[in-house]
Design a protein around this ligand. Structure first.
Ligand code: PAF
Length: 279
């Protein structure tokens, strides 16, 4: 696997991979790879002939007081995993390649960026949309792969790609979970043993709430009950637990299909997010 850190060699490496009739798949990541990322690589391999993975811990999507400095960085281990998975190219740009001196441009996607994580993390989705647009321009893939775990992020990227005429496919990949149901996340590494045990209450309460809503129960009462159970199991704050239209992310107070239940909650110093379909 070739590892490239500068834009000029990236273009050379891509030119080697870009053969007539062959497809290039891009998997953008911030590293600290786990089985969820490797599933994205696997799906990219199913759809494409060559797989490019990017690793860049993007400072513009972290707010003040967030975990930019603490965010796990383990590039050598990540590269070994990607190499073993047969990835052709690792794009690991330096910060000055991404944001050269004088950098002044930001992409803001209104509507889908509002509410949910957009409310709790002001500016976060501007940072995501901007860096993903840059990654799309830098690599010009035939398809790009993102986890459904970051469901609002996926909606923001789809909207941005439609609005800015990125014509390649954007493919969402189902969340990978530990056997007890906790969604895999690089931030799970922050959890103490006790917190990890309690964290399972989040997906468990969400699953129960989703079934109760699907069975015709009253949405507000079901969500209030789920919130109480999450708080009783060790989470100290719930940023949101909401039923949303699965496509537009519009808030729903009664079930309309397709719908999605989305949550963010804090346990210890860790903020966990999750989402599941309600059908
Ligand atoms: O989901 C992530 O890892 C990041 O938000 C992304 C899409 C790589 C942009 O930095």
């Amino acid at each position: 696997m070739q590892i490239v850190r500068q834009l000029a060699p990236l273009q050379d490496a891509l030119a080697e991979l870009r053969k007539p009739g062959l497809k290039i798949g891009l998997v953008p990541t911030m590293g600290a790879l786990h089985a969820g990322h490797m599933r994205l690589v696997e799906v990219a391999r199913e759809h494409c002939d060559a797989v490019v993975v990017s690793i860049f811990v993007n400072p513009t999507q972290f707010g003040e007081g967030e975990d930019l400095d603490a965010y796990p960085r383990q590039e050598a281990a990540d590269a070994a995993l990607l190499d073993a998975a047969g990835v052709e190219l690792l794009w690991a740009p330096t910060a000055d390649q991404m944001y050269p001196s004088g950098y002044a441009t930001s992409i803001s996607v209104s509507g889908v960026s509002d509410g949910l994580c957009g409310a709790a993390r002001p500016g976060h989705f501007d940072g995501v949309a901007t860096v993903v647009a840059k990654l799309f321009n830098q690599t010009r893939p035939d398809a790009a792969f993102f986890g459904e775990k970051d469901y609002q992020q996926l909606a923001v990227i789809r909207r941005m790609a439609r609005d800015l005429d990125f014509i390649h496919d954007i493919i969402g990949v189902a969340t990978v979970r530990d056997p007890d149901g906790l969604a895999l996340s690089s931030r799970n590494a922050y959890l103490s043993e006790a917190e990890r045990e309690s964290a399972v209450a989040l997906p468990a309460a969400m699953r129960e709430a989703a079934s109760a809503i699907a069975a015709g129960g009253e949405v507000a009462a079901i969500l209030a009950d789920a919130k109480s159970r999450i708080l009783a199991s060790g989470f100290h704050k719930i940023d949101y637990l909401e039923l949303r239209d699965a496509d537009t992310l519009a808030l729903l107070d009664v079930l309309a299909k397709p719908a999605r239940l989305l949550a963010a909650a804090r346990i210890g110093r860790t903020r966990l997010i999750d989402n599941i379909p309600v059908e």
